[in-house]
Design a protein around this ligand. Structure first.
Ligand code: M6R
Length: 366
């Protein structure tokens, strides 16, 4: 049941204080600077021998996969490719025995993802699934499974299962980095300490949800929305756009901010809302330049920025602050703000939030 919430989606957004906690509970030790998964068969040697990771997924799970490419490459030094399952299954991928194929699917039943995994197995790859559903079909296809432990998700729009996937992928990338000697003990410890604070910070975001609601109300009549970000905030932008179009039916696009001037900038007109995910990190100053470019074309800029940011007010029209965390983890927090933005926009527009038109929770046919 909805436990007093108007929609399952809102309930599930709120449940992230505990679902995120569950995703890492018992799996991390910040004192030892280590991660361990129950039943993981991959040994240190196996992880050292991985030459490449191949991610396969659809929709929101693909967005989590794109985020993990940055994580596996930065934290573990493993080259990672991310493919859409429906494309991968009809392509001619170059895979070999030391490729680890990671299938990401919350339901564990997505037809294209299952077919793509079967394809990867035919090349002799080792396979690992990240899923939320215990005993789902994917778990019977792969060598091993990491569960996201998000609890049942009823809303068609994936929310808590997406952040659950992100946490599982952070942990896998950190563990791989540790096993390969790519991350030092101190760095690992700092990230894990920050991770433990995330559930409390999610609560703070939820407590301030009225600000997001007000922002959503201001633009609920717009005919298009843009979301831009760089590096880890690029998949955040893609996921925000997917969520908004899925439940509010507003045309929305997510872009890598540096790509705007290669075409999409032509779509920006007076008053177009552009959400710039501009949390701190090595691409921050580049984001400020991008914000200037779009402001010059008349866009209204809504910036998602660190709460201690003193600079951003010179650039953006509206600022939604994010609690300060480790640079690598801020996508989890920004995502929750953007889930709320999609939710309140759809609410203002009177949409069928939990069951959007034309969509099903689990896509078990091709
Ligand atoms: O169950 P899966 O993670 O394999 O599902 C993949 C997509 O169908 C799913 O993420 C879809 O994009 C969501 N409805 C998005 O909110």
């Amino acid at each position: 049941e909805k436990a007093g919430y108007d929609h399952f989606m809102l309930k599930e957004i709120h449940e992230q204080t505990t679902s995120i906690q569950n995703a890492f509970a018992g799996r991390i030790s910040e004192i030892e600077g280590s991660v361990k998964f129950e039943n993981l068969k991959l040994t240190r040697k196996d992880i050292q021998n991985i030459s490449r990771i191949q991610i396969i997924a659809c929709g929101t799970s693909w967005n989590a996969g794109l985020m993990s490419k940055y994580l596996f490459e930065q934290l573990a030094g493993i080259h990672t490719d991310v493919d859409i399952a429906s494309e991968f299954r009809y392509g001619y991928p170059v895979l070999c025995g030391d490729t680890l194929t990671v299938a990401i699917t919350q339901s564990g039943e997505t037809a294209d993802t299952l077919a793509a995994v079967r394809g990867a197995k035919s090349y002799g790859c080792r396979t690992l699934a990240i899923t939320n559903v215990v005993g789902s079909t994917i778990t019977r296809e792969v060598n091993e499974t990491i569960y996201t432990r998000s609890g049942p998700e009823i809303g068609v729009a994936a929310t808590k299962t997406f952040t659950g996937q992100l946490i599982a992928l952070y942990l896998l990338a950190l563990h791989s980095g540790r096993m390969r000697g790519n991350i030092g003990h101190e760095d690992m410890k700092n990230i894990l300490i920050s991770l433990k604070k995330i559930p409390g910070q999610v609560q703070r975001i939820l407590n301030n949800r009225d600000k997001v609601h007000r922002c959503a109300s201001m633009f609920s009549d717009t005919d298009s929305y843009f979301f831009i970000g760089r590096y880890l905030n690029y998949p955040v932008a893609l996921e925000a756009a997917l969520k908004l179009k899925e439940i509010s039916y507003i045309y929305a696009e997510g872009y890598a901010a540096g790509e705007l001037k290669h075409g999409p900038l032509a779509l920006i007109k007076e008053g177009t809302p552009v959400v710039a995910i501009a949390t701190g990190g090595h691409t921050y100053s580049k984001m400020l330049n991008n914000i200037k470019e779009i402001k010059a074309r008349g866009a209204t800029v809504i910036a998602i920025a660190d709460e201690d940011d003193q600079e951003i007010q010179k650039y953006a029209d509206i600022i939604i602050p994010v609690p300060k965390t480790h640079e690598l983890l801020s996508p989890v927090l920004s995502t929750i703000i953007l889930q709320l933005l999609a939710y309140y926009t759809a609410l203002e527009r009177g949409c069928s939030i939990d069951k959007p038109r034309n969509l099903a929770k689990s896509v078990t046919v091709e």
